[in-house]
Design a protein around this ligand. Structure first.
Ligand code: ADP
Length: 544
């Protein structure tokens, strides 16, 4: 995208005058140092994944200036985070904490309220505080990326430990867990794997959850519950606190990992496949998130622009995709299963035999011999990720469109063939109406399934952004009508999604509001995040 240098008008949060804001920023600079509190007064630059902006959403769906920070603050420790929170309360300035801000496809580093001061925790608070190789646990600050944790473990020589990584390894371990992001080893449910938080509350108090509340306890990372009410969930997908430390369990080295790839010929095979996957996944024969991807992703993951295979408008016709497939290791097919087996060879073989027998029940199923797959193929990137090694291959998708950006639609359903077909039908209809390519991947966690749809759009084109937005909004509504809810969503759709969780006259949303007002009476912490608005903003035209 062309980001032309231009003079940017200063952004100040609504409800505060520019002189008051400037004076408040000077005051914060005196606490943190001038270099650690900077105004966002430079032209916005989208950068790229490894040099991403902390000032706005690099994958904007609206104009970039709509969800933009007024200033950035870089605390160096928990006490400085506390100082920022007290300052925000004093001046009524909205603040928006990020760990590293690589929340790609969900809003990046952008605050929900224009002109919030973004607290970029990761810049200076980026230490691996502890790795306990006996307990297989770690304690990290917000700025520790999956790459950094992986490297740290290796540099300490702990061959008995590995981490779990999401599709892209540059994000924050802590930020991703708070967002309830997932990875692709048996430890893929990051929130479930966390153990212990340190949190600065919106009024400035500092608490530790679980065993962290007991002075002298050496079990903060091994027993997540402690005593009494369990609060950790309050700080996930929320705006009830700023997390400054998080414990995480690590996976013991399983003694080997072996990835496999199966292809299935027909779109109608979906229902049978999902029925086969369910018992295998629940019984842990399929040991990591089951991924059933549509064949178009095999083409998109090559990293070539879509215009190299099709120059027309609307979605690329399936015949065009099929012509490409015949030149790839997968050959002509519709669904591709990527999976990994863990353990020493004889243990892997036991499980792989069962999987082979079960997948073989689908007429035309083919096992693709990994020995025939070139080293630079997507398969090997998936193998690294499923083996706990951070990777960036997934970025290749972005080349599909000029100025490529993406947004995720990710509804949750039961693991049944009927549910899979229904979700696919909703997605198909709405993608067809919007004239955009559909990239479905069914991902089975353990007892539920997410359909992950990655909409790739041209962020330099208002038409393309609008088509993506409309498709998202329609799919959220259609899914909700059928009882499917998003597990996570982009900043701009969070109000809509929260409204779909409406049982008993929106009882959950009302509880969130009560908690928000009790914990954050000044309404300064990430107003609007995940559809939770403080009294100061609620019902005053902020909801989208
Ligand atoms: P990542 O660094 O993995 O890309 P982000 O920093 O973008 O993740 O975090 C995703 C979202 O989670 C942020 O937009 C923010 O709303 C929330 N978040 C991240 N870190 C914290 C934190 N330390 N405390 C509170 N909320 C956070």
């Amino acid at each position: 995208k062309e980001t032309e240098p231009r003079v940017r008008l200063p952004v100040v949060p609504k409800g505060i005058t520019e002189p008051k804001f400037t004076a408040a920023i000077c005051e914060l600079q005196s606490h943190l140092g001038g270099e650690n509190v900077v105004l966002n007064d430079q032209p916005l630059s989208d950068g790229w994944y490894m040099e991403h902006p902390n000032t706005h959403d690099a994958f904007n769906l609206l104009d970039s200036e709509e969800t933009v920070a007024s200033a950035l603050a870089y605390p160096g420790d928990t006490a400085e985070v506390q100082a920022i929170v007290l300052w925000a309360n004093k001046h009524g300035i909205p603040i928006y904490p990020i760990s590293m801000g690589r929340n790609l496809g969900y809003g990046g580093a952008a605050p929900r309220v224009r002109g919030s001061v973004v607290i970029d925790l990761g810049r200076r608070m980026n230490k691996v505080l502890d790795i306990n190789a006996n307990d297989c646990t770690c304690l990290v600050e917000p700025g520790v990326s999956f790459y950094a944790l992986h490297e740290d473990i290796k540099s300490r020589g702990y061959d008995n430990l590995q981490i779990d990584v999401p599709d892209l390894g540059g994000g924050s371990v802590l930020g991703n867990a708070l967002e309830r992001g997932v990875g692709y080893t048996p430890y893929g449910d990051h929130w479930a794997m966390h153990a212990g938080l340190e949190v600065v509350l919106p009024t400035g108090e500092i608490v530790r959850t679980g065993m962290g509340a007991m002075p002298g306890a050496n079990t903060w990372q091994t027993f997540p519950y402690g005593f009494g009410p369990l609060h950790d969930g309050l700080f996930s997908q929320s705006n009830f606190g700023i997390v400054t430390k998080m414990g995480m369990t690590l996976m013991p080295n399983p003694g080997g990992s072996e990835s496999f790839m199966y292809t299935f010929p027909k779109e109608e095979d979906l229902a049978q496949l999902v029925e086969i996957i369910r018992p295998l996944r629940i019984s842990n024969i399929l040991e990591n998130v089951a991924q059933l991807k549509h064949c178009i992703q095999e083409v998109a993951s090559l990293g070539h622009p879509r215009s190299t295979i099709y120059q027309g408008d609307g979605a690329v016709p399936i015949e065009v995709i099929r012509r490409q497939l015949s030149m790839l290791p997968c050959g002509d097919c519709t669904w591709i299963y990527y999976g990994t087996a863990y353990g020493p060879k004889h243990i892997r073989e036991y499980k792989l035999d069962i999987i082979n027998r079960e997948f073989g029940k689908v007429p035309g199923a083919r096992h693709i011999d990994p020995a025939t797959i070139p080293v630079d193929h997507y398969f090997w990137a998936r193998h690294r990720v499923a083996s706990g090694i951070p990777d960036l291959h997934e970025l290749a998708w972005l080349n599909w469109m000029p100025n490529g950006a993406h947004v995720f639609f990710s509804p949750v359903s039961s693991i049944t063939g009927r549910d899979a077909e229904k979700l696919l039908q909703i997605a198909k209809q709405r993608h067809q109406e919007a004239g955009i390519d559909m990239f479905p991947a069914f991902c089975v966690g353990l007892r539920e399934m997410h359909l992950i749809l990655n909409i790739v759009y041209d962020r330099g084109s208002a038409t393309s952004r609008d088509a993506a937005t409309k498709c998202m909004r329609n799919m959220i509504d259609d899914a909700a009508k059928n009882g499917y809810g998003e597990y996570r969503t982009h900043l701009l759709f969070q109000d809509q999604v929260m409204k779909t969780y409406s049982w008993n006259d929106n009882a959950l949303e009302k509880l969130n509001s009560r908690l928000k007002d009790a914990l954050d009476p000044a309404g300064i912490l990430a107003p609007g995040r995940c559809g939770v608005w403080p009294a100061r903003y609620r019902g005053r035209g902020w909801e989208l």
